[in-house]
Design a protein around this ligand. Sequence first.
Ligand code: NAI
Length: 764
Amino acid sequence: MAINKVAVIGAGVMGAAIAAQLTNAGVPVYLLDIVPEQATNRNIVAETAIQKLLKAEPAAFMHKNNARLITPGNIEDHLSLLADVDWVIEAIVEKPQVKQALYKKLVAVCHKDCVISSNTSTLPLSVLVDGLPESFAAQFMITHFFNPPRYMRLLELVTSPKTRPELISTVQHFADIALGKNCVLCKDTPGFIANRIGIFWLQCGILEAIELGLTVEQADNIIAAPFGIPKTGIFGLLDLIGLDLIPPILSSMTRALPAEDAFQPISQLPTRIQDMIAAGLTGRKGKGGFYRLNAERIKESIDLNTGEYSASHKPKTIKETNLQAVLSSSDKESQYAWRVLSKTLAYTASLVPEIADDIVTIDAAMRDGYNWTLGPFELLDQIGVDWFVEKLQAEQRLVPPLLWKKQALYLVNSGQLHFATLTGLYQPIRRDPGLLTLVDMKRQHSSLLSNDSASLWDIGDGVACLEFHSKMNTLDMDSMALIRQSIDKVKNAFTALVIHNEGEHFSAGANLGLLVQAIHNQDWAAVEQLIIQGQQTYKALKYAPFPVVAAPSGLALGGGCEILLHCDAVQAHAELYMGLVEVGVGLIPGWGGCKEYLRRWLMFPKLPKGPIPPVVKAFETIGLAKVSKSAVEAKELLFLSHTDGITMNKSRLLADAKRKALSLCNNYTPPQPCVYALPGKTAEVLLGMSTRSLHAQGKATPYDLTIAAQLAYVLSGGDCDMTEPLSEDDMLALELNAFVTLVKQPNTLARLEHMLKTGKPLRN
Ligand code: NAI
């Protein structure tokens, strides 16, 4: 069974965005909603939703053309269309009677192999199927997406014993491969897994902050980075979710959970927050929440006692990494962290096996549903289970049976990760055979090569994997050295190389700190060396006698983008933000980026004839520092080639890249060097005119013109003309020259320093 066409019913916040993610997977979707009273356009709700999706931030569509895959409609006129869909996702109001009334209509139109699912976040499956025919229960399940569905990786799947197994596996497979979700099978318990824990955690966070008299900033500062929790913390996250969504979830959980559940005593929303909701202070989508920007766009925060807003003061980031120290110091923040986390983690431990059979499932749900770096049990291991239990005992608190043995929850045995079960015995974690992770590899083998910035690993079947692991995976001379050593190693002992890491970002580009240091020392020879080493290293990679496939995810900027341009192929994660952004720091791409990117446009068949259009295209993209907002956009910008692959599920990226590398091994020959027949002065003049016009419109600063002039000179081929073709080395020499010229300008230094200090470009 395959999913070729889907219908989403309910074009609200979730339904519309789920429809967008389906189109990102290339699947056509019907999006149906109600017909509003007296509407002249009966599809108005769904049509408006699509218009909103096109403007959503962060973007819901990976490419705006995907919107064309959605057919808007309404449930009065278009239900018959559902006869040929393979999956109907219901995402309407959270009212069982309304949902059931819709299901009864679906039974009449959907074919028997069509999956029908609800996106409910609080209603049990048993309630939803109650009173409906057996045949409906056989095709029904809950598919609970997290908001925003494009970016949140968790999909909670709840089924009943009546749900047909082949329909469950069809959805699991589709959600994993096509939608890129990590699908977690949940039991039919209130809030399923992630919200059962997440809502408990948020409630604890609110109540304890009020009790201890913490500011929202203090609370969000401590329940964040030290514990691998996103920097939104508790209150920032509530603002993001929308405060108004919390009361219905709380009351539904209060109703559904037994009286003795530890959630009951903390289930009341404080009056302060009820008042905020009543006043429209529902968070980012409302008039502000715990935080807001005032009329002068200054960030303010609310006083939890008085409800007054005043300028927000961010406390100092906590640098302490010893979690026991963070949790046991006597200050108020530490007491807060201990109270919130001890309650949350003990509660979570008490929920095995009620909400999931094992701790691995719960950890996965919290990582993917709440973006925690570590799941609750991984966090407990990080804190130290014995220390945690002893502290609970010292406070005469109940210790959940799972923790009675005071032993680690995960351990590595014979190179394989095992998890603790309720019996105290450990079981190996079984991975899907299609999955390959560096983390697992590292448990089995030591690295082949390694330094501070990068390492080389054996990932089996004759393939090696080069991993960057500096901060933000920035590239420095250590990275370059390891690339060169890896080329030698792979040449002698492997058949192919994959470049991949499991960080959030592939690479933020060159390490600018080193460059700034060289500029301060006026050490121009060092700057030249930095460029030449990078150019030669990337060139060696390009012409290595074996296939090189990169597998990037997240940011691939500047030097991180340039290395990808030199690979034989890329297997990209769908979430790839790739670009040559050097102009933002007063530079041009200098590690072969201009040369390789221009080559792509020179070979692009769909441009008007002649040497100028490719130069103009490359100039526009680099000059405007365009960054793709997805891998599909990276293809459109020619950062990726049309034969490069895209993987929706990040967990599958390395395995897919390895497969691609192996497919290139047969009779592999390195690429032919490119010859550049460029227009020279004519193009340079033309590009100069276009940037001056941007300047005249106020869209370019005077210093932008200086950088653009250098970029135009390089991309036009310098002082050549069409009759004097340039070699790749000639192009590299032009890049080097322009780079060194710009580096000597004070405005470039100012841009570099500003970027290092603020993370944002300076428009000087
Ligand atoms: P919403 O209020 O934004 O959208 C609901 C949509 O359903 C509206 O456009 C409404 O006109 C339409 N609708 C109502 N009755 C209908 C009917 N009989 N037939 C067709 N359309 C109908 O709601 P939201 O937030 O998108 O929630 C939808 C579902 O997703 C709910 O079950 C909710 O619990 C769940 N959910 C919501 C999340 C969130 O963050 N908002 C997260 C995860 C799940």
